[in-house]
Design a protein around this ligand. Structure first.
Ligand SMILES: *Cc1c(COP(=O)(O)O)cnc(C)c1O
Length: 376
């Protein structure tokens, strides 16, 4: 059996996308490649709901997207507010410190969301040049209410730029860059987009681009949007060599997703999340998050289940899940159900989890768990 990679990224890559990746490498300035790049950029705008945004596709992981978001809109000494629902929110705090940005953070217990009221009070107490929101924090599986947080920021502090980390969300969760009035959004290729790791996709608003143009000192060369904008507007131009084959793969995957339909793709994520959670609940695996995202589940282990044993037994059966991060390490595990993953694959994964539970001496009602999966 093919190994099932059910971690929250990288996610399984379909044969169709792999065969796009395998095509002959072309010159990065070739007309044919320029067309593929331009097409992929158009689809990136659709993905983010960013008709008015300026799109970028750049070689690098999601963390490059995080760094580009900050280096292009914040000067040293400016104020950043990080709304953190876990490890990846906290990464913005690290980045802020590394870039000499004055960084404040709002955070909560693992699984909870920072209340809107707290965000409002903080925005009223001090001027922030930018706010970051992690749409889905992959450490806790928490979905942030980006739409309402953005609305609040527009009301209370209209000059504040809004940055959204969509790495574990984009494609799997609706995002509306234009309608929500966002300034920077980005994702990585290896999560809900079902492409191998290696690309970051971004969109910047006109307002964010103006901010970059006003900055006299930059702290990035490769990540400077002003160097990339001419290339994205006309991919025949050169700044730094794009990851040609990865762009083939991305374009192929975006075609698959958009042909499937974005709405249908979101719904698939919701439906699969419900099935997995229904089945796991019958085994007393509870979710960490009070507002769980449809792209992954972070399940607390029931009493007496050892993390390392559970995950290694599962791996032997061909199902790879991830350990939890930070304070949840050892107490929970993370299971991705995003991207190209199918219901049949997740059904198999649940069966294997049932077998592992039995081997570990946990009483399970197999019929109930599988019926719940099928009926959810
Ligand atoms: C995975 C992830 C990142 C980091 O992406 P890399 O590709 O590992 O650099 C950032 N933010 C979120 C929400 C993620 O899930």
């Amino acid at each position: 059996m093919k190994e099932l990679l059910l971690i929250p990224g990288p996610t399984p890559v379909s044969e169709e996308v792999l065969s796009a990746l395998r095509k002959d490498t072309m010159a990065h300035t070739d007309d044919r490649f320029a067309k593929i790049m331009s097409d992929a950029l158009q689809k990136t705008k659709i993905l983010f709901g960013a008709e008015s945004g300026f799109p970028f596709i750049i070689a690098g992981s999601g963390t490059l997207g995080m760094e580009m978001a900050l280096t292009n809109i914040l000067n040293e000494g400016e104020n950043l507010l990080v709304i953190s629902h876990g490890f990846f929110g906290d990464r913005f705090v690290d980045l802020g410190h590394a870039l000499n940005i004055n960084t404040d953070v709002l955070k909560t217990d693992a699984g909870s969301c920072v209340p809107l009221e707290t965000i409002k009070n903080t925005l009223q107490s001090k001027h922030f040049h930018a706010v970051t929101i992690t749409h889905v924090d992959t450490s806790t599986g928490t979905l942030a209410d980006v739409e309402n947080i953005a609305r609040l920021i527009h009301e209370v502090s209209p000059d504040t730029l809004i940055v959204v980390d969509g790495v574990c969300a984009t494609g799997g969760v609706p995002e509306a860059f234009d309608d929500w009035g966002l300034d920077v959004i980005f994702t990585g290729s290896q999560k809900a987009l079902a492409v191998p790791p290696g690309l970051t996709l971004l969109a910047f608003s006109q307002r964010a681009i103006e901010k970059r143009k006003s900055m006299t000192k930059t702290r990035t060369y490769y990540g400077d949007i002003l160097r990339w904008m001419p290339v994205m507007a006309d991919p025949h131009k050169y700044f730094a060599t794009p990851a040609v084959n990865m762009v083939y793969a991305l374009d192929a995957s975006l075609n698959i997703i958009l042909n499937y339909g974005l709405e249908a793709y979101y719904k698939k994520h919701q439906d699969l999340a419900k099935k997995v959670r229904g089945a796991m609940e019958t085994l007393n695996f509870e979710l960490v998050s009070k507002n769980p995202a449809p792209t992954l589940s972070v399940f607390l282990f029931p009493q007496g289940v050892d993390d390392a044993t559970f995950r290694s037994k599962l791996a032997v059966k061909g199902v790879i899940v991830a350990g939890a991060l930070a304070e949840l390490q050892g107490k929970a595990f993370r299971m991705g159900h995003m991207g190209s993953v199918t219901e049949d694959e997740l059904f198999i994964a649940i069966k294997k989890i049932l077998e592992v539970c039995e081997e570990m001496g946990i009483r399970v009602d197999k019929g109930k768990a599988l019926d719940t999966f099928l009926e959810s």
